[in-house]
Design a protein around this ligand. Structure first.
Ligand code: PEP
Ligand code: MN
Length: 359
């Protein structure tokens, strides 16, 4: 299935090609924690706030999120800060509640995207809405927990077929058995192939769930942006040590601020590097141009000598006209402006004639 003609994922946010930054706690734990974290993130210029309301836990008894009541805290963040708010949904029921609370964006989590039945139920819920309702919310799909590219793409296709057009993807790594330095293996070739197959879908990296550790957030974020990801979703909590879920990977808004500064500086440094590389190329091309002009004038002088020895006229108009015509055609085929080419050739010809007279 071809996925094309998508609508902007976040049309209200002017990006100027800057990466989308989504940040907020793993879970909404209390109104105070949500509001305080959001206020601190707002200060950093973060425009999209995330918080899990319903949490899929590996075993019963873990913190399963505060549920529906937390949607009101997100609405409050939206009202008081003007940020867009995002949360995870896993069922049509969650989706309805999120839409009723005017949540701006939802994502389908890694455990849910691994289950085609669950994804199809959510897709069916979208299919039963009006186009306007569907377009009122951004929909992101995390990769399934297992490293199955087709399953991830299949989830995108189910939503697209249901009419969802504000569609994005989140790379959060893949789980694997045993001890590894990362909590979820990035397997970068999978998101790269995802982007090759579905180039229109914005791809956001989740370094928090890939790394599983605070000190991995910065290097993974930089790596993702170098690989041309369209944005980052980063877990940030006003008091990470006391977080009820994913405590080890959450960073304070202040720490996030430092990372965002590094990312921006790197962007500047990177574009500076590219610019000086392009300037080096221009210098080299100009040197070659000068060398070629000098060779051309040497040949012109040689012709001048020959013409003088044989008493031939220096300027031969038919030759000049056919030469200009041919050169302009060649130049046009190489995307050069014909008038520009005529001016350059006239200048070169004039100088050639002058050199021939000098002999
Ligand atoms: C989350 O974003 O907090 C979450 C549960 O993520 P994932 O679905 O990637 O495990
Ligand atoms: Mn989490």
């Amino acid at each position: 299935m071809e996925i094309s003609n998508l609508k902007p994922l976040f049309p209200d946010i002017s990006q100027d090609n800057a990466p989308v930054i989504i940040a907020g706690p793993c879970s909404a734990e209390s109104k105070e924690q949500v509001i305080q974290t959001a206020d601190e993130l707002k200060q950093l210029g973060v425009k999209i706030f995330r918080a899990g309301v319903w949490k899929p836990r590996t075993k019963p008894g873990g913190f399963e999120g505060m549920g529906s009541i937390a949607l009101q805290w997100l609405s409050e963040v939206k009202r008081s800060t003007g940020m867009l708010v995002a949360t995870e949904i896993a069922s049509p029921q969650h989706l309805n509640e999120a839409m009723e609370a005017n949540i701006d964006a939802i994502w389908i989590g890694a455990r849910t995207s691994a289950n085609p039945f669950a994804v199809q139920e959510i897709a069916d819920a979208f299919a039963s809405m009006t186009e306007e309702e569907r377009d009122s919310i951004a929909v992101m799909v995390k990769n399934p927990v297992n490293a199955d590219l087709e399953l991830w793409i299949g989830a995108m296709e189910r939503l697209y077929a249901a009419g969802v057009r504000r569609l994005g993807a989140i790379h959060r790594g893949f789980s694997s058995y045993g001890n590894h330095i990362y909590r979820n293996q990035p397997e970068w070739r999978i998101p790269i192939e995802f982007k090759r197959r579905l180039p229109e879908i914005p791809l956001i990296c989740d370094p928090s769930h890939i790394g599983g550790r605070r000190d991995f957030i910065a290097p993974l974020s930089i790596q993702a942006l170098r690989m041309n990801f369209d944005g980052l979703i980063i877990e940030s909590h006003c008091n990470p040590d006391c977080a009820l879920s994913d405590s080890a990977q959450q960073i304070t808004p202040q720490e996030l601020g430092e990372i965002l500064k590094t990312i921006n500086r790197r962007g500047d440094a990177l574009s500076g590097e590219i610019l000086s590389d392009l300037r080096r190329q221009i210098d080299e091309i100009d040197d070659r141009l000068i060398d070629i002009l000098s060779q051309r004038m040497a040949v012109a002088r040689e012709i001048g000598r020959l013409k003088r020895e044989n008493d031939m006229p220096v300027v031969q108009p038919e030759r000049y006209n056919s030469l200009i015509k041919k050169r302009v055609e060649t130049a046009e085929n190489m995307n050069l402006n014909p008038d520009f080419m005529r001016r350059i050739l006239a200048e070169i010809h004039e100088e050639s004639v002058r050199q021939q007279f000098d002999i």
